[in-house]
Design a protein around this ligand. Structure first.
Ligand code: BGC
Length: 748
């Protein structure tokens, strides 16, 4: 190792003493980078833009290049994904000792909701509305990833979606651009920390830029049609927030937007990202997406794909190997500018420099440190806490929850995922590095915490893919008949959502509803816990069961977190961040829709009078922002410091929040606005602020929001980001459909 370090240092020093180009940058490291660049052949330069696979030799991603040879030839900038630290050390050693210039590699991985300690899926995390806890989750994920050799992570996912059929909803922060932007900032802070030299810090990658969540029909990889206004005021917002927070890299989306694939979209990659937002980091294609220009039908061959993507602003190539194959010749032929290649290479070298990899290429590759940090006790505790905050209590008739165990002589615990470590059931998709044996199942937690007080009998009732056959149903019914209460855990397993996890039917899978109906018929109380990576249609069972708790996929500490909430050791406080449809035919359904020219007026609205379905309500089953607690909060009407606000003013909005129940709990107070008259139709509500606060029984607090004119701006008919005076509605409450209302005037 000493020799290697020595070699790298010598190279850097030697390089520093070489002649420099005219535009000599001021900063010493930029000089070093410039010097290094001047030593590189075209192949070595493009090599830095070439990100190859360490794993996954499936048919779609078959790698043509021999990885070791390519590293030795200086033709690889980074490797992803690979998790065996000893192998990473070997590759780094080849790069540093055996390639001509000894430039170290970047190592990257998809760290979407944890590395080894799995946190709840991101959609679940967003239901906590707890920015600090989310930031902390990503700090821990980054710590574990960095301790395993990674310095670059592919997260956060900043896509927004209003279609629960899309499997990748599980990776997102839900349907709202404002909340997702706040979460984006928290995640960037969590992953990247404040000091790139700190070897437990990683560079984050915002993905998938942009409009991936709008794929038609919720079908993954499908095309999307998005107006410029919708793109700017919705899909781009979380990315803008991440760029403002200093994110280091951005990954393009696979799909076409208005016919143009993400990797070739110069409006997004150049006009928006570079010119308007002044993004300082670099862009990366999604896996093989440069190649995918060919099946998209916008490039005849790899050469054309390389030209189109590079010119559009896709600076590095993930897995397609097309840049390595095509760019050097394209530069020689004068079709691609070497200056543009240099610009991209400089960015990669700068990142490597900033991480201190030139001084110590092995600083992330310390197996000892890895052993100490992976799955550390405090990491698991944080995961458990966030999981409890992410559960959403949808129903709780006669306050059956929390369970008072002393009331029951025996419990039936029913469900195929209760004791399962398969199919990422409890940990969710993107749990690639997880050691499933480390997962606390629901049965584990019942054994240690329920059984000592009340005996329970566990049965599956159903198969993993939602298929409940008669024998399993009969057994479950029989067990429940001989018990005092049923705790039933159903829903989708971890493989049912995530990438390529689109579905047409988002009700409970298979014949799970039949199982529930049969269980309910026993007359015994039934508490249903739902696991899933997307909103489900729960209409036919919501009134049948006594309580309904949305648990998503809670992560490594799943069982403990579930029992914490079942027993009332933690009071649930999650609020939905995606609308739950009444019927899947309502999709896309979201709270901040337009009013239409025929909004509902009252129960007697006749056929042509209102925008409605003839066979289902217009309203969802559960609205954005909704979630119950074991206590009750009273939120007063909003009070404004002024009824008329000028353009330079700040509007203060105050509400009094009081815990009027008997238990300590957390409430999420939400503030929405509506622009009554504008030059384009505006949503019926838009979230503009929220506050999560914990209150003891009888405790009250004044919550204050400050709104500035920035909060009232929108993209007008001429596509100017503008503000218009006029009347606004302002709503405050604890769900998008449970609010108190006031109006105010914005003056010229
Ligand atoms: C996904 C990305 C991911 C990449 C690398 C792609 O299939 O869309 O989100 O970062 O693979 O694993």
């Amino acid at each position: 190792m000493k020799n290697t370090l020595h070699k790298v240092m010598v190279i850097v020093l030697l390089i520093s003493s070489c002649s420099v180009s005219e535009n000599r940058p001021e900063e010493p490291f930029e000089m070093e980078i410039q010097e290094l660049l001047s030593k590189m052949t075209l192949e070595e330069k493009v090599g830095q833009l070439n990100m190859l696979k360490g794993l996954y030799s499936t048919d779609i991603y078959k790698q043509e290049t021999d990885l070791e040879k390519a590293v030795k030839a200086g033709q690889v900038g980074g490797i992803t994904p690979y998790t065996d630290i000893e192998q990473l050390i070997k590759w780094q050693k080849i790069a540093v000792d055996s390639s001509r210039l000894g430039i170290p590699l970047l190592f990257s991985f998809d760290v979407v909701h944890g590395y080894q300690t799995m946190f709840p899926i991101p959609l679940a995390q967003s239901c906590s509305w707890d920015l600090e806890a989310i930031e902390n989750a990503d700090r821990i994920a980054a710590t574990e990833a960095a301790a395993s050799g990674m310095n670059w992570v592919f997260g956060p996912v900043l896509d927004l979606c209003t279609d629960a059929r899309w499997g990748r909803n599980m990776e997102t922060a839900g349907e709202d651009a404002y909340l997702a932007s706040e979460i984006a900032r928290a995640r960037v802070r969590g992953y990247q920390g404040t000091n790139r030299r700190d070897s437990l810090t990683v560079m984050a990658c915002a993905k998938h830029f942009a409009g991936y969540g709008a794929v038609e029909g919720g079908l993954d990889y499908n095309g999307a049609e998005i107006s410029e206004r919708r793109m700017r005021e919705y899909h781009l917002k979380p990315f803008k927030a991440a760029v403002e927070e200093g994110i280091g890299s951005v990954m393009n989306a696979f799909n076409t937007v208005n016919g143009i694939p993400g990797s070739q979209n110069d409006f997004l990659l150049k006009t928006i990202l570079q010119e308007e937002w002044n993004f300082k980091g670099f862009t990366v294609s999604d896996a093989n997406s440069i190649y995918e220009l060919i099946p998209h039908g916008v490039a005849a061959d790899k050469r054309e794909a390389a030209i189109k993507c590079f010119k559009a602003g896709s600076q590095t190539d993930l897995w397609s190997e097309i840049y390595m194959r095509e760019l050097p010749n394209l530069v020689r032929e004068g079709i691609i500018s070497e200056d543009e290649v240099n610009k991209a290479v400089r960015k990669i070298l700068k990142v490597k420099h900033d991480f201190g990899l030139f001084e110590d290429p092995y600083k992330y590759l310390n197996p000892q440190r890895q052993k100490q940090l992976l799955g550390a006790k405090e990491h698991r505790e944080s995961s458990r806490e966030l999981a409890t905050k992410s559960f959403v209590l949808l129903e709780n008739k006669k306050s059956i929850l929390p369970l008072n165990l002393s009331k029951y002589k025996n419990i039936a615990l029913i469900g195929p995922m209760n004791d399962s470590r398969q199919f990422r059931d409890l940990v969710g998709n993107w749990a690639a590095r997880v050691d499933v044996e480390e997962t606390v199942t629901i049965v584990d937690a019942f054994e240690s915490r329920v059984k000592p007080i009340t005996p329970y009998t566990q049965t599956e009732g159903c198969g993993h893919w939602g298929k409940c056959d008669e024998a399993k149903i009969a057994e479950a019914v029989n067990i429940l008949q001989n018990s005092d209460i049923g705790i039933v855990v159903l829903g989708e397993n971890g493989y049912s959502s995530g990438e390529a996890g689109s579905k047409t039917d988002i009700s409970l899978p298979g014949n799970q509803e039949e199982l529930i109906q049969r269980l309910v018929k026993t007359g015994k109380p039934v508490v249903l816990l739902v696991m899933s990576g997307r909103p489900l249609v729960l209409t036919s069972i919501k009134d049948e069961v006594d309580a309904l708790l949305m648990c998503w996929q809670p992560g490594t500490e799943a069982g403990n977190a579930i029992v914490d909430v079942l027993l009332g050791e933690v009071n649930p406080s999650g609020k939905l961040t995606m609308t739950f449809p009444y019927h899947q035919g309502q999709i896309p359904i979201y709270y901040n829709h337009l009013n239409t020219g025929r909004p509902p007026k009252g129960p007697d609205d006749e056929r042509w009078g209102i925008t409605k379905y003839s066979d289902a309500p217009r309203e969802p089953l559960y609205a954005f922002g909704y979630g119950l607690s074991y206590t009750t909060f009273d939120i007063s009407s909003p009070i404004l410091d002024k009824n008329q606000m000028s353009m330079s003013d700040t509007l203060q909005v105050k509400v009094r929040v009081k815990n009027i129940g008997k238990r300590k709990g957390a409430e999420v107070v939400q503030l929405y606005i509506r622009d009554k008259v504008a030059n384009v139709s505006r949503p019926v509500k838009e979230l503009k602020g929220f506050r999560r606060l914990e209150l003891d029984p009888n405790q009250e607090e004044i919550v204050q929001f400050n709104l500035t004119t920035e909060d009232f701006k929108y993209w007008d008919a001429g596509m100017n980001y503008s503000i218009e005076p006029g009347k606004f509605d302002l709503f405050v409450g604890n769900a998008s459909n449970q609010v108190k209302h006031i109006t105010f005037i914005l003056k010229e």
